[in-house]
Design a protein around this ligand. Structure first.
Ligand code: CA
Length: 226
């Protein structure tokens, strides 16, 4: 059975989430402020966290940073009234796996919870053979365990999001990846397809991994040059 920690201070939303999740077979626990959330997350295992950003004692984004800093790797879905692109990017860059805005439909949240749990559990159960831990294409090497990247002998610092994008390219060598595919793989939810965030991140990767590592296929997307 999956245990979900709901970090939320609004009683109506807490009760709505608890009822819905329990009806679908999940076990729930609730933290109504960041201090409780930290101690609960550190002392108990949760399979997934649902995180409100507007908490009474601390901002949810800094709580997110603390949780990731303490080595908590469970999927985290931000559920917030803040719908600005800046908040979304900050949340996802800060290590959240998904971002949903209020008001929300329970069915959609449930679908996202299931996807996140499935992805996380699939990643955990991968065989630990060397080939599963390291991806390589040309000079570029990604260590999936340490989340470190190398180009030749040079260590390269990638942000969490850049690493996932690089991983996506290395897992699909020679394949043309459309912007929508990259949005789905890297951001995991339906960003505005008009957003240029994919192009921006391809630019970051080219700067860090080498300008010729990813080629633009006009009108179609991007491809790793193997
Ligand atoms: Ca709140």
């Amino acid at each position: 059975m999956n245990r979900i920690l709901i970090i939320e201070d609004e009683p109506r939303i807490v009760s709505f989430l608890e009822k819905g999740l329990q009806a679908n077979g999940f076990t729930t626990a609730v933290a109504v402020n960041a201090a409780d959330a930290i101690s609960m997350a550190l002392n108990h295992e949760f399979d997934l966290l649902i995180l409100d950003l507007g908490l009474p004692d601390q901002d949810g984004l800094s709580l997110l940073e603390q949780l990731r800093g303490q080595g908590k790797t469970s999927p985290i879905i931000i559920l917030t009234a803040r719908d600005g692109i800046g908040d979304k990017v900050a949340g996802l860059e800060g290590g959240a796996d998904d971002y949903m805005t209020k008001p929300f439909r329970f069915e959609e949240l449930l679908a996202r919870v299931r996807v996140r749990l499935r992805n996380h559990q699939a990643a955990d159960s991968q065989p630990s053979g060397k080939n599963e831990q390291v991806l390589q294409a040309g000079d570029v090497l990604l260590d999936l365990r340490t989340r470190q990247a190398q180009v030749g002998d040079r260590q390269v610092d990638l942000s969490a999001r850049e690493f996932i994008m690089a991983e996506t390219f290395l897992r699909h060598p020679k394949q043309v990846m459309s912007r929508e595919q990259l949005l789905n793989h890297v951001w995991g939810y339906d960003y505005d397809p008009g957003s240029n965030i994919v192009d921006v991140y391809v630019g970051y990767l080219r700067k860090k991994l080498g300008s010729d590592v990813i080629e633009t296929i006009r009108g179609m997307g991007y491809r790793l040059r193997a």
